[in-house]
Design a protein. Structure first.
Length: 180
């Protein structure tokens, strides 16, 4: 058995392995057995820390959100009082965050097949937190309601779209390299 089996690090190791599993197989084909195998533990070991496969997936998404919220709080401290700059820096930071963390990006931009409503709600927290900051700035400009919603949708679409384009380019590049 692996060194994680009897340590407090096992939940963290399961989350990390689960993140890789989601990146490779998405939620619909998520295998707790493969996650346990990646950690070198029995297939029953994850159940000591997570109630179910869905519980581990929810913990993975919550882990991603916690990482982003920590970063977001730090940015908001730096740009306290300047809503425009804060919203801009948050948008750039989210893009960098997603591009730098392919596992996080894979989870957040993947389709929602295989996810419960609770999972979808947890997954949407990153966008919702950023949308709140953008909405505050737009409100300061007098843009509210449907007009604000459209602008927020456009900004989030650009961020997630950039991630999808990057992934598509990477996959295309990887295939080209493998065939040459």
């Amino acid at each position: 058995m692996d060194e994680y089996y009897y340590t407090e690090d096992l939940p963290r190791a399961l989350i990390t392995a689960g993140l890789r599993e989601l990146e490779e197989h998405h939620a619909a084909d998520f295998s707790l057995r493969r996650v346990a195998n990646a950690c070198g533990v029995s297939c029953a070991a994850p159940y000591r820390h997570f109630k179910s496969r869905e519980g581990l997936i929810l913990s993975i998404i919550a882990h991603i959100n916690a990482q982003w919220m920590l970063m977001q709080r730090e940015i908001c401290k730096v740009y306290d009082g300047d809503r425009r700059r804060c919203a801009l820096e948050l948008c750039l930071a989210l893009l960098r965050f997603l591009l730098a963390n392919s596992g996080f990006r894979a989870v957040l931009v993947s389709d929602d097949r295989g996810l419960s409503d609770e999972h979808k709600m947890e997954k949407s927290k990153i966008s919702a937190a950023l949308a709140d900051h953008i909405r505050e700035y737009l409100s300061e400009l007098g843009v509210t309601g449907a007009a604000a919603d459209r602008r927020i949708f456009s900004v989030l679409s650009m961020i997630y779209g950039a991630c999808l384009i990057t992934d598509a380019h990477s996959e295309s590049y990887d295939k080209t390299v493998q065939t040459t």
